[in-house]
Design a protein around this ligand. Structure first.
Ligand SMILES: C[S@@+](CC[C@H](N)C(=O)[O-])C[C@H]1O[C@@H](n2cnc3c(N)ncnc32)[C@H](O)[C@@H]1O
Length: 354
């Protein structure tokens, strides 16, 4: 039997990536798949590692995988083609999860049995030097998960004023030296030699922070690259929008599992799940009306981390924080978090459902 280019791509995708906490995710999702012909939405298909694990372990499962990155869609589609009609890929941002779930649902109310979110960038994206996600590879400053649209990291570095750059680096990178780095970026622009590559940005960050700080907390450019990536892709705004929609897409007994890799994401997940697992009634109300009862039960108490065996097998699991919940009652709407702490900073195009 001869190998096609797609087979090669699929094999490369499989080689590239070990799904983080796969066994734990499947264990948490399993009770949702005891119904006939269960349906799951994987909001972050990536290279299809979690999706493949779920499709293999649950033979009745149908899975719809969402990703905004056309390269991920192509690779995962080739890898998962062997599952035939049990798998479908949708190129979209994951805040379209409710519409995609309604389309995939086997129930009149449009609900599904499980939603998985494995947030952030994939190792394929990080390792592709040309995409500019990594301070370790010299590349143009792109950082878009979907390279067909939206502003790049270069656009932000070229056009955001010093105040906006400081805000991005501080709010999305939790960078102590945000103001110094922003000032240095703007100085380079004013001098007619703007930063134009990952290597230049990385060096500028290193030179902008005090020598003592360079030796602490990992690579000095790590937080700046995280901040720009979050801004470019509107990551936190999309997550804020997507979580209530994902929860509202679950039947009673349906399960949500979320893996986060940095504290800003994990805080949003923690807050939304805690709100759903808490009564919305004032403490002194003698009888809590149905619509103020909690609608979630937490399956994880605190965030779960990778154990030593996982860390050894997969160093990228070092920062993972896993949270999961089960839907306990059908409410019309899980209220969206009522603050917009992450007001427009980047590409907030929202739905991009194709
Ligand atoms: C960590 S990877 C997922 C890896 C995947 N679980 C696997 O096992 O191969 C995250 C993926 O989610 C995608 N992604 C991130 N944010 C997204 C969003 N807002 N909407 C859709 N896809 C998104 C990225 O393009 C990336 O491919």
């Amino acid at each position: 039997m001869s190998n096609t280019p797609a087979d090669g791509q699929a094999a490369a995708a499989a080689d590239h990536h070990t799904p983080v906490l796969l066994g734990r995710c499947l264990e948490l999702l399993a009770p949702a798949f005891t119904v006939p012909e269960p349906v799951m939405i994987d909001c972050t298909l990536g290279m299809g590692g979690h999706a493949e694990g779920a499709l293999e372990r649950f033979p009745q499962l149908t899975l719809v995988g969402i990703d905004r990155d056309p390269q991920a869609i192509a690779l995962a589609s080739a890898r998962l083609a062997r599952f035939g009609h049990r798998f479908r890929a949708v190129r979209a941002t994951y805040d379209a999860v409710d519409a995609i779930a309604a389309e995939a649902s086997r129930r009149p109310d449009g609900t599904v049995d499980a939603v998985l979110m494995d947030l952030g960038v994939s190792s394929l994206q990080l390792d592709d030097a040309d995409r500019g996600f990594s301070y370790a590879h010299p590349a143009p400053l792109d950082m878009r998960m979907d390279q067909s649209a939206g502003r790049t990291a270069q656009d932000i570095v070229d056009t955001a004023d010093e105040q906006e750059l400081t805000r991005i680096l501080r709010d999305y990178g939790e960078e102590r030296f945000a103001a110094r780095i922003a000032a240095a970026i703007v100085r380079r622009r004013s001098a007619g030699s703007p930063v134009t590559s990952t290597a230049e940005l990385s060096e500028l960050v290193r030179a902008s922070i005090p020598a003592a700080a360079r030796r602490r907390g990992g690579h000095p450019a790590k937080r700046t690259f995280q901040a720009l990536r979050i801004a470019v892709n509107g990551e936190l705004q999309l997550l804020e929008r997507a979580l209530p929609r994902a929860l509202n897409s679950l039947r009673v007994g349906g399960r949500l599992v979320v893996e986060s890799y940095q504290s800003l994401e994990d805080r949003i997940v923690k807050r939304v799940l805690a709100a759903g697992a808490t009564s919305g009634a004032p403490a002194d109300l003698p009888v809590v009306p149905d619509d103020l009862q909690p609608y979630l039960e937490l399956l994880t108490h605190g965030a779960q981390k990778a154990d030593a065996a996982e860390l050894e097998a997969n160093p990228r699991s070092a920062s993972v924080r896993l949270r999961a919940a089960v839907r306990t009652r059908p409410v019309g709407q899980a209220p969206a978090p009522n603050h917009d702490a992450y007001a427009p900073a980047g590409n907030t195009r929202g739905r991009n459902c194709r």
